[in-house]
Design a protein around this ligand. Structure first.
Ligand SMILES: NC(=O)c1ccc[n+]([C@@H]2O[C@H](COP(=O)([O-])OP(=O)(O)OC[C@H]3O[C@@H](n4cnc5c(N)ncnc54)[C@H](OP(=O)(O)O)[C@@H]3O)[C@@H](O)[C@H]2O)c1
Length: 316
C-alpha cells in the first residue's frame, strides 16, 4: 500500500480508502461476520482510511463491531453530519452534537478523525456555517473529532462549486470530491483551490456504473452523441474506452481508480466493495505506476469538454 499526506492534517492515509456507503450499511447485503472479515482484510492489506456516515443505514454500527479490539492507531475514521433539512434550513447545534455523540457511540470510539459536513451544497455554506460554526469548534475543542471536512454532492453540484467557496475560509482540513475519468471537472477549480489552501482531498465516485457496465456506457454515449456533445463524439464506436486498458489496468473499474489517484491533489480514493477480490484489484490499481500522460491527456480532451449539466455519468 502507498500512503500520502492528507493536506496539512499531519495524517498519512492509504491511497485506497474503504467506502462504507449504503450498500455496505444495508444488513440485507452482507452478514456481520462478512462485514467484519472485509474490514479486517482491508486493514491487513494496508487500508487505514475508512469513510462512513450516519445516513448509510447500519454502516456505523457495523463498523463499530468490526473495529472493536483493533488497535486505534491502525485506522483513521471519517464520518459525517448532514447539515440541513430538505428545505435547506440548517439543523441546530443541539442536533449536530447529538449526531456526533451517536456516531461515537455506534462506532465505539472516543474521537472521530474527520467529521465531514455531508453533501454540502454551495448555497448552504453560509447559513450552515453561521448556524453551526460555533458548535463545530466546541466539539473539536472537546476532542469529539479532530479535523473538519466537507463532502460535496456531485449530482447537485456537478461543477464542483462548494469546495472553492469553503477552501479560503481556513475552517476545513479536507474535502471529499467526485472525480472519475468520465467526470474529471473537479480538476478545473475544486482541486486547485484545495491544493492552494492546504486542504486534503479524498476522491469518490471514481467508478460509476458506466465503467462497470458496457451497456450503460454505450447508452450514455449514444445519448450524448444525440445531443451533439463535443468530446464524446471522438470516442470510437466499438469498445469506446478500451484505450484505457493496459498491463496495469485490466478493467475499466481499475482505470477509474487509477485515474483518480493520478491527480497530485488527491490523497486517497474511496472504493466501496463487498468483495475481497475487488478490494485486492482496487488496491493493485491505485498502487500501480501512475497512469501514462497520454491516457490522462486523452481523458481530459474528451471528458473535460462535456457539459456537466447534461453529461451526467454518476449512477452507481
Ligand atoms: N456525498 C458524499 O459524501 C458521498 C457520496 C457518494 C459516496 N460517498 C462515499 O464514497 C464511497 C465510495 O462511493 P462510490 O460512489 O465511489 O461508490 P462505491 O460505494 O464505492 O461503489 C462502487 C461500486 O463498484 C463496485 N466495484 C468496486 N470495485 C470493483 C471492481 N474492482 N470491479 C467491479 N466493480 C467494482 C462495487 O460493487 P462490488 O461490491 O461488487 O465490488 C460497487 O457497486 C462510499 O462508500 C461512501 O463512503 C460519499
Amino acid at each position: 500500500m502507498h500512503y500520502r499526506p492528507l493536506g496539512q492534517t499531519g495524517l498519512q492515509i492509504s491511497v485506497l480508502g474503504l467506502g462504507t456507503g449504503t450498500r455496505f450499511g444495508d444488513p440485507k447485503n452482507q452478514s456481520r461476520t462478512d462485514a467484519t472479515r472485509l474490514v479486517r482484510t482491508a486493514l491487513d492489506l494496508g487500508v487505514n482510511y475508512i469513510d462512513t456516515a450516519p445516513m448509510y443505514l447500519a454502516a456505523e454500527e457495523i463498523l463499530g463491531e468490526a473495529l472493536a479490539g483493533v488497535p486505534r492507531e491502525r485506522f483513521l475514521l471519517a464520518t459525517k453530519f448532514f447539515p440541513a433539512d430538505e428545505h435547506g434550513a440548517p439543523f441546530t447545534p443541539a442536533q449536530l452534537r447529538a449526531s456526533v455523540v451517536r456516531s461515537l457511540q455506534r462506532l465505539r470510539l472516543d474521537t472521530i478523525d474527520v467529521l465531514q459536513l455531508h453533501g454540502l451544497r454551495p448555497h448552504w455554506v453560509n447559513p450552515v456555517m453561521d448556524a453551526l460554526g460555533g458548535e463545530l469548534e466546541a466539539l473539536q475543542r472537546e476532542g469529539k473529532y479532530r479535523f473538519l471536512g466537507a463532502s460535496e454532492t456531485i449530482v447537485e453540484d456537478p461543477r464542483h462549486a462548494m469546495l472553492p467557496l469553503v477552501a479560503p475560509s481556513g475552517r476545513f482540513s479536507m474535502g471529499l470530491v467526485g472525480y472519475s475519468p468520465l467526470s474529471p471537472w473537479a480538476e478545473l477549480r475544486a482541486l486547485p483551490a484545495c491544493a492552494k489552501h492546504g486542504i486534503g482531498v479524498v476522491g469518490m465516485v471514481a467508478v460509476p456504473r458506466a465503467l462497470r457496465d458496457p451497456a450503460r456506457l454505450q447508452q450514455l454515449i449514444h445519448e450524448a452523441r444525440g445531443r451533439g456533445e463535443a468530446g464524446v463524439n471522438e470516442l470510437p464506436g466499438e469498445n469506446p474506452l478500451d484505450w484505457l486498458i493496459d498491463e496495469h489496468t485490466p478493467t475499466l473499474a481499475a482505470a477509474g481508480y487509477r485515474f483518480a489517484v493520478a491527480h497530485p491533489a488527491i490523497a486517497s480514493v474511496l472504493a466501496g466493495t463487498l468483495s475481497r477480490e475487488h478490494l485486492e484489484a482496487n488496491i493493485a490499481a491505485v498502487c500501480a505506476p501512475p497512469m501514462p500522460a497520454v491516457q490522462l491527456d486523452r481523458v481530459r480532451q474528451i471528458f473535460l469538454r462535456t457539459d456537466p449539466d447534461k453529461w451526467r455519468p454518476y449512477d452507481l
